[in-house]
Design a protein. Structure first.
Length: 240
Protein backbone atom coordinates (compact mmCIF):
# COMPACT_ATOMS: atom_id res chain seq x y z
CA UNK A 1 0.00 0.00 0.00
CA UNK A 2 2.82 2.40 0.76
CA UNK A 3 4.33 1.74 -2.65
CA UNK A 4 0.98 2.54 -4.35
CA UNK A 5 0.54 5.72 -2.31
CA UNK A 6 4.07 6.84 -3.17
CA UNK A 7 3.44 6.18 -6.88
CA UNK A 8 0.22 8.23 -6.86
CA UNK A 9 1.93 11.12 -5.06
CA UNK A 10 4.77 11.08 -7.61
CA UNK A 11 2.25 11.15 -10.47
CA UNK A 12 0.50 14.22 -8.99
CA UNK A 13 3.77 16.14 -8.64
CA UNK A 14 4.81 15.26 -12.20
CA UNK A 15 1.48 16.49 -13.62
CA UNK A 16 1.73 19.76 -11.67
CA UNK A 17 5.25 20.36 -13.02
CA UNK A 18 4.09 19.79 -16.62
CA UNK A 19 1.11 22.20 -16.15
CA UNK A 20 3.32 24.99 -14.77
CA UNK A 21 5.82 24.56 -17.62
CA UNK A 22 3.03 24.70 -20.27
CA UNK A 23 1.34 27.84 -18.87
CA UNK A 24 4.69 29.63 -18.52
CA UNK A 25 5.50 28.96 -22.20
CA UNK A 26 2.16 30.36 -23.43
CA UNK A 27 2.52 33.38 -21.17
CA UNK A 28 5.89 34.20 -22.68
CA UNK A 29 4.34 34.05 -26.17
CA UNK A 30 1.24 36.16 -25.41
CA UNK A 31 2.92 38.99 -23.49
CA UNK A 32 5.09 40.23 -26.45
CA UNK A 33 2.04 40.09 -28.75
CA UNK A 34 -0.02 42.22 -26.37
CA UNK A 35 2.85 44.69 -26.07
CA UNK A 36 3.09 44.91 -29.88
CA UNK A 37 -0.65 45.65 -30.16
CA UNK A 38 -0.37 48.42 -27.56
CA UNK A 39 2.57 49.92 -29.48
CA UNK A 40 0.59 49.83 -32.76
CA UNK A 41 -2.36 51.62 -31.14
CA UNK A 42 -0.06 54.25 -29.68
CA UNK A 43 1.41 55.06 -33.13
CA UNK A 44 -2.00 55.88 -34.73
CA UNK A 45 -2.64 59.63 -35.02
CA UNK A 46 -5.88 61.47 -35.88
CA UNK A 47 -6.36 62.77 -39.43
CA UNK A 48 -5.26 66.43 -39.52
CA UNK A 49 -8.00 68.99 -40.18
CA UNK A 50 -7.59 71.40 -43.15
CA UNK A 51 -5.90 74.66 -42.24
CA UNK A 52 -8.30 77.47 -43.20
CA UNK A 53 -6.25 80.18 -41.47
CA UNK A 54 -5.89 83.28 -43.66
CA UNK A 55 -7.96 81.82 -46.54
CA UNK A 56 -11.24 82.88 -48.16
CA UNK A 57 -13.50 79.98 -47.20
CA UNK A 58 -17.16 79.33 -48.05
CA UNK A 59 -19.52 76.55 -46.99
CA UNK A 60 -21.93 75.01 -49.52
CA UNK A 61 -25.65 75.11 -48.76
CA UNK A 62 -26.50 72.53 -51.45
CA UNK A 63 -24.60 70.13 -53.76
CA UNK A 64 -22.30 72.13 -56.07
CA UNK A 65 -20.90 70.96 -59.42
CA UNK A 66 -17.31 72.11 -60.04
CA UNK A 67 -16.36 72.83 -63.68
CA UNK A 68 -13.10 73.21 -65.57
CA UNK A 69 -14.05 76.65 -66.98
CA UNK A 70 -16.49 79.44 -66.02
CA UNK A 71 -19.46 78.47 -68.22
CA UNK A 72 -22.31 76.00 -67.85
CA UNK A 73 -21.30 73.81 -70.81
CA UNK A 74 -17.77 73.24 -69.44
CA UNK A 75 -16.72 69.75 -68.36
CA UNK A 76 -17.59 68.77 -64.79
CA UNK A 77 -14.45 68.54 -62.62
CA UNK A 78 -15.93 67.40 -59.31
CA UNK A 79 -18.77 67.73 -56.80
CA UNK A 80 -19.01 69.39 -53.39
CA UNK A 81 -21.53 67.91 -50.97
CA UNK A 82 -23.89 70.06 -48.92
CA UNK A 83 -22.04 71.48 -45.90
CA UNK A 84 -18.53 71.05 -47.35
CA UNK A 85 -16.02 73.90 -47.11
CA UNK A 86 -13.73 75.08 -49.90
CA UNK A 87 -11.03 77.77 -50.12
CA UNK A 88 -11.44 80.36 -52.90
CA UNK A 89 -8.93 82.13 -55.10
CA UNK A 90 -11.45 84.80 -56.18
CA UNK A 91 -14.45 85.60 -58.41
CA UNK A 92 -14.85 87.20 -61.84
CA UNK A 93 -15.77 90.88 -62.19
CA UNK A 94 -19.52 90.18 -62.27
CA UNK A 95 -19.31 87.98 -59.17
CA UNK A 96 -21.21 85.19 -60.94
CA UNK A 97 -18.39 82.66 -61.22
CA UNK A 98 -15.86 81.88 -58.46
CA UNK A 99 -12.65 79.84 -58.64
CA UNK A 100 -11.32 77.50 -55.94
CA UNK A 101 -7.67 77.38 -54.92
CA UNK A 102 -7.44 74.11 -56.89
CA UNK A 103 -8.58 75.91 -60.08
CA UNK A 104 -12.18 74.64 -60.48
CA UNK A 105 -15.13 76.99 -61.12
CA UNK A 106 -18.69 77.14 -59.77
CA UNK A 107 -21.67 79.51 -59.78
CA UNK A 108 -21.46 81.79 -56.73
CA UNK A 109 -25.13 81.63 -55.70
CA UNK A 110 -24.78 77.86 -55.08
CA UNK A 111 -22.86 78.54 -51.83
CA UNK A 112 -23.43 80.63 -48.74
CA UNK A 113 -22.40 84.27 -48.31
CA UNK A 114 -19.09 85.03 -50.00
CA UNK A 115 -16.34 86.29 -47.63
CA UNK A 116 -15.50 89.99 -47.59
CA UNK A 117 -12.36 91.10 -49.38
CA UNK A 118 -12.51 88.25 -51.90
CA UNK A 119 -10.12 89.09 -54.80
CA UNK A 120 -11.55 90.01 -58.21
CA UNK A 121 -10.07 87.89 -61.01
CA UNK A 122 -9.46 90.24 -63.93
CA UNK A 123 -9.57 89.06 -67.52
CA UNK A 124 -11.79 86.04 -66.87
CA UNK A 125 -13.94 85.22 -69.90
CA UNK A 126 -17.29 83.82 -68.85
CA UNK A 127 -19.90 82.35 -71.16
CA UNK A 128 -22.05 84.92 -72.93
CA UNK A 129 -25.79 84.44 -73.11
CA UNK A 130 -26.77 82.14 -76.01
CA UNK A 131 -27.93 83.85 -79.20
CA UNK A 132 -31.64 83.44 -79.75
CA UNK A 133 -32.43 82.28 -83.27
CA UNK A 134 -35.34 84.09 -84.95
CA UNK A 135 -38.55 82.16 -84.78
CA UNK A 136 -39.89 81.03 -88.15
CA UNK A 137 -43.66 81.63 -88.31
CA UNK A 138 -45.69 78.49 -88.82
CA UNK A 139 -47.99 78.55 -91.81
CA UNK A 140 -51.70 78.45 -91.04
CA UNK A 141 -53.05 75.18 -92.54
CA UNK A 142 -56.44 76.80 -93.01
CA UNK A 143 -54.97 79.60 -95.16
CA UNK A 144 -53.46 77.03 -97.55
CA UNK A 145 -56.77 75.30 -98.23
CA UNK A 146 -58.46 76.36 -101.48
CA UNK A 147 -61.84 78.02 -101.33
CA UNK A 148 -64.53 75.48 -102.06
CA UNK A 149 -66.75 76.10 -105.07
CA UNK A 150 -70.35 74.90 -105.03
CA UNK A 151 -69.45 72.16 -107.50
CA UNK A 152 -66.57 70.87 -105.39
CA UNK A 153 -68.16 71.39 -101.97
CA UNK A 154 -69.32 67.79 -101.66
CA UNK A 155 -65.81 66.53 -102.52
CA UNK A 156 -64.14 68.82 -99.94
CA UNK A 157 -66.50 67.64 -97.23
CA UNK A 158 -65.17 64.11 -97.72
CA UNK A 159 -61.52 65.15 -97.20
CA UNK A 160 -60.07 64.67 -93.67
CA UNK A 161 -59.21 67.78 -91.67
CA UNK A 162 -55.42 68.25 -91.69
CA UNK A 163 -53.80 67.88 -88.24
CA UNK A 164 -50.93 70.31 -87.49
CA UNK A 165 -47.63 68.55 -86.73
CA UNK A 166 -46.77 68.62 -83.01
CA UNK A 167 -44.00 70.98 -81.93
CA UNK A 168 -40.83 69.10 -80.93
CA UNK A 169 -39.04 70.83 -78.03
CA UNK A 170 -35.25 70.67 -77.56
CA UNK A 171 -34.01 68.05 -75.12
CA UNK A 172 -31.25 68.20 -72.48
CA UNK A 173 -29.78 65.52 -70.21
CA UNK A 174 -29.57 66.11 -66.44
CA UNK A 175 -25.88 65.97 -65.43
CA UNK A 176 -26.52 65.68 -61.70
CA UNK A 177 -29.43 65.19 -59.30
CA UNK A 178 -31.30 68.51 -59.34
CA UNK A 179 -34.21 70.37 -57.78
CA UNK A 180 -36.89 71.82 -60.05
CA UNK A 181 -38.10 75.23 -58.86
CA UNK A 182 -41.07 77.50 -59.44
CA UNK A 183 -38.78 80.20 -60.84
CA UNK A 184 -35.20 80.82 -62.00
CA UNK A 185 -33.40 81.05 -58.66
CA UNK A 186 -32.80 79.24 -55.38
CA UNK A 187 -35.19 81.61 -53.60
CA UNK A 188 -38.14 80.05 -55.47
CA UNK A 189 -39.95 77.06 -54.00
CA UNK A 190 -38.92 73.52 -54.96
CA UNK A 191 -41.69 71.96 -57.09
CA UNK A 192 -40.00 68.71 -58.11
CA UNK A 193 -36.73 66.95 -58.84
CA UNK A 194 -34.78 65.44 -61.74
CA UNK A 195 -32.45 62.45 -61.61
CA UNK A 196 -29.02 62.02 -63.14
CA UNK A 197 -29.30 60.98 -66.80
CA UNK A 198 -32.96 62.05 -67.12
CA UNK A 199 -34.00 63.79 -70.36
CA UNK A 200 -35.93 67.06 -70.03
CA UNK A 201 -37.87 68.98 -72.69
CA UNK A 202 -36.99 72.69 -72.52
CA UNK A 203 -39.33 75.51 -73.49
CA UNK A 204 -37.32 78.64 -72.62
CA UNK A 205 -34.51 80.25 -70.67
CA UNK A 206 -33.62 83.36 -68.67
CA UNK A 207 -32.05 86.36 -70.37
CA UNK A 208 -28.57 85.46 -69.03
CA UNK A 209 -28.90 81.80 -70.00
CA UNK A 210 -28.25 80.51 -66.46
CA UNK A 211 -31.70 78.95 -65.88
CA UNK A 212 -33.92 76.91 -68.21
CA UNK A 213 -37.67 76.32 -68.14
CA UNK A 214 -39.05 72.83 -68.78
CA UNK A 215 -42.16 72.15 -70.84
CA UNK A 216 -44.03 71.68 -67.55
CA UNK A 217 -43.20 75.22 -66.37
CA UNK A 218 -40.58 74.28 -63.73
CA UNK A 219 -37.07 75.76 -63.79
CA UNK A 220 -33.63 74.08 -63.55
CA UNK A 221 -30.15 75.63 -63.27
CA UNK A 222 -28.19 75.45 -66.52
CA UNK A 223 -25.02 74.06 -64.94
CA UNK A 224 -26.99 70.95 -63.95
CA UNK A 225 -27.66 70.16 -67.62
CA UNK A 226 -25.30 68.49 -70.06
CA UNK A 227 -24.90 70.72 -73.17
CA UNK A 228 -28.09 72.82 -72.78
CA UNK A 229 -29.44 73.84 -76.22
CA UNK A 230 -29.04 77.34 -77.63
CA UNK A 231 -31.76 79.26 -79.42
CA UNK A 232 -34.49 78.93 -76.79
CA UNK A 233 -36.79 81.94 -76.35
CA UNK A 234 -36.33 84.18 -73.30
CA UNK A 235 -39.08 83.68 -70.70
CA UNK A 236 -39.94 86.33 -68.12
CA UNK A 237 -39.58 84.83 -64.60
CA UNK A 238 -42.63 84.77 -62.33
CA UNK A 239 -42.86 87.11 -59.37
CA UNK A 240 -41.38 85.70 -56.15
Amino acid sequence: MRIVAAFLLLTVFAGLAIFLTFTSSWGSLLIPQAAANEAAVAVEEPTPMPDWEGKFVVETNQPVVLRTDPFVAAQAAGLLRKGEKVALKGCDVSGLWCQTEAGEWFVSYMVGTLPEGLPVLEGVKVQAAPTVAPLVPTADPAALMPTATPAAASVLLMLPTPTPAPTVLPQAIVADAANLRAGPGTSYAIVGSANFGESLSLAGRTDNGEWFQTDGGAWIAGFLLSDPPAGLPVVEPPAE
